[in-house]
Design a protein around this ligand. Structure first.
Ligand SMILES: *Cc1c(COP(=O)(O)O)cnc(C)c1O
Length: 435
């Protein structure tokens, strides 16, 4: 009797990534927990075998995958077929007609990560990937240096995965961000200092404690999670690239990875190539990348943050130079807006589209408006704006800038009188707008 030979591959799945590669000098490394090139100190990035991806991934195979970022597993740096899937990703891409009309645009879309799972910001994408890889690399304690959202996400997803968790935040964060971490019962270190000081401390802890810091020693894996913000938009636009994207910049990682995501889909034949303009948004009180762009510099001068947009307040952005490079070569822009414009941006998005975003989203909407008014986005460009976080977490930012409820007695006539007052007020407001 002839014996049938079983396939020789005994692994449950094949990794499509081949290792780490220095973005500066190209030196290659094994896919371990490291993020800096030992030869030139450049940042390390995950490398893939795109020939394998071209041959194995189709639009159909992606569409048949899970309704989460893990439908793009082959483009993510994990080996397992059982990643940590808490429903992260596949957030709505909303056609924003009312906001578009207000600004004078024809085709505007909002990628709404304000409703991402489980912690209502885009950070759930990067953390899902980083913690899946952390587990593969054998880490039992995970950590991060956070401006708020990353701590929420790391604590929540670590809880789900049963990993020990210790997070570091600046001590002056918004109450919603702090509570939104504490609820998962991690160890929380609130550091007297700004994010850049927190980050420096964490680099030292990473060197001395064998922990997996999602945005330090696991950063190459973490940052790949942001590519899914590019993939999803392509898929949700019906396998097409947009003409222009606007996204917020903190370290600049998210911005550069949306770019990498688009490029990869072109490279493996999932979408037709076309030029996409990349524009970035910063708060004036922390705008080192916008300043470098404005002055045509290829280096970043660090700043000390002073803005209500705390989630994107990074004074010394690790990927700043790459963000500038992308905005330059795609004919995009990087702009900054004031704290008042950020509040107005939050309100504008809420009033026109029914989306309550946090300060980072207010920064992005205000920047979109500024770019349109300056003629730097054309009305017929298909434009996608990335809304990365939820407004319920930064309520302090809009306190005093919203109306008051009309307090009434539980009686019909009390209601009628209040309604009349409201309508009079409303008419007055309209008259002010009309004159
Ligand atoms: C972290 C964060 C960003 C930007 O992230 P980078 O990848 O560091 O540029 C944008 N928006 C929100 C809400 C964030 O929390």
């Amino acid at each position: 009797m002839t014996q049938t030979i079983a396939p020789t591959c005994s692994r449950t799945s094949a990794a499509t990534f081949t290792g780490l590669k220095c973005k500066e000098c190209g030196a290659e490394y094994e896919a371990k927990a490291m993020h800096v090139c030992e030869l030139c100190f450049g940042p390390l990035e995950v490398a893939y075998d795109y020939e394998v991806l071209r041959q194995t991934v189709t639009r159909e195979s992606i569409a048949n995958g899970p309704n989460s970022i893990w439908r793009y597993r082959q483009f993510l740096p994990v080996e397992t077929d059982h990643p940590i899937d808490v429903g992260t990703g596949m957030t709505p891409l909303l056609q924003a007609n009312r906001l578009a009309r207000r600004l004078g645009l024809k085709r505007l879309y909002i990628k709404n990560d304000a409703v991402n799972m489980p912690t209502l910001s885009f950070k759930d994408r990067v953390v899902s990937v980083a913690l899946t890889r952390a587990r593969e690399l054998g880490f039992t304690t995970v950590s991060c240096a956070s401006t708020g959202n990353l701590a929420n996400s790391t604590a929540a997803i670590a809880a789900h995965a049963g990993l020990d968790c210790c997070v570091f935040i600046p001590s002056d964060l918004e109450a919603g961000k702090v509570l939104g971490t504490l609820i998962y019962s991690p160890t929380v270190m609130a550091v007297h200092g700004n994010y850049d000081q927190v980050n420096r401390l964490c680099s030292e802890v990473a060197n001395t404690h064998g922990w997996g810091f999602v945005n330090i020693n696991l950063r190459p894996y973490y940052s790949e999670g942001s590519k899914t913000l590019g993939y999803e938009v392509v898929e949700q636009l019906g396998w097409e690239l947009p003409d222009h994207i606007v996204a917020p910049l903190a370290s600049g990682s998210l911005f550069t990875k949306i770019y990498k995501g688009f490029q990869e889909f072109v490279k493996v034949g999932l979408v037709d190539e076309k030029p996409v303009r990349f524009s970035g948004a910063q708060a004036e009180g922390c705008s080192p990348i916008a300043q470098a762009f404005r002055e045509g510099r290829d280096f970043i001068t660090p700043v000390k943050p002073d803005t209500i947009a705390k989630s994107i307040a990074i004074g010394n952005p690790a990927d700043g130079v790459y963000a500038v490079e992308i905005a330059q070569k795609t004919n995009g822009n990087i702009e900054s807006v004031t704290d008042q414009e950020i509040v107005d941006g939050i309100k504008l998005l809420a009033e026109t589209e029914g989306i309550f975003t946090e300060t980072a989203g207010g920064t992005t909407i205000a920047t979109l408006k500024k770019l349109v008014e300056a003629g730097k986005i054309n009305s017929d460009e298909t434009t996608v704006v990335y809304i990365t976080g939820n407004g319920l977490k930064t309520q302090e930012a809009v306190q005093g800038y919203v109306g008051e409820p009309l307090t009434i007695e539980p009686k019909l006539d009390s209601f009628e009188r209040a309604l009349e007052r409201a309508q009079t007020l409303d008419r007055l407001e309209w008259q002010q707008v009309l004159v």
